[in-house]
Ligand binder design. Structure first.
Ligand SMILES: Cn1cc(C(=O)NCCN2CCCC2)ccc1=O
Length: 117
């Protein structure tokens, strides 16, 4: 079988905890703008303005395909979702507000996980 992935702290459950946290993000009531890739054909300007699109379904695929070598890579992609959102949306827009709520939620849960690793 494939060599077990050893995480930063030697634990092999860091990836599992990222997968569980992703589930919490996906089921959050304000996750709706981030569940799927932004449609580059129907959202004017998005393709030009946002250089590295990212969304929760893409992060899920990357976890399943073992494309993260540490929890750090997972955290960086989640933050990319929220950074893209801030770049493209006004803070007081519906999607902009959802992004701020989701980032605050993630930051709290990520801090709790780091304390345990
Ligand atoms: C993150 N983000 C998302 C969009 C968007 O339009 N998402 C579609 C949301 N719809 C809800 C039900 C079906 C799809 C636009 C700009 C942006 O920064």
């Amino acid at each position: 079988s494939k060599k077990a992935k050893i995480w930063r702290n030697g634990s092999t459950n860091e990836l599992e905890e990222c997968h569980q946290l992703l589930g919490e993000l996906e089921t959050h009531q304000d996750a709706w703008p981030f569940l799927q890739p932004v449609n580059l054909k129907t959202v004017p300007g998005y393709k030009k303005i946002v250089k590295k699109p990212m969304d929760f379904s893409t992060i899920r695929e990357k976890i399943i395909n073992k494309q993260y070598s540490s929890g750090e890579g997972f955290k960086d992609d989640v933050n990319l979702v929220f950074d893209n959102c801030e770049r493209f949306n006004e803070d007081n827009s519906e999607i902009g507000k959802a992004g701020h709520i989701m980032r605050t939620f993630f930051d709290k849960r990520w801090t709790e996980l780091l304390k345990r690793w």
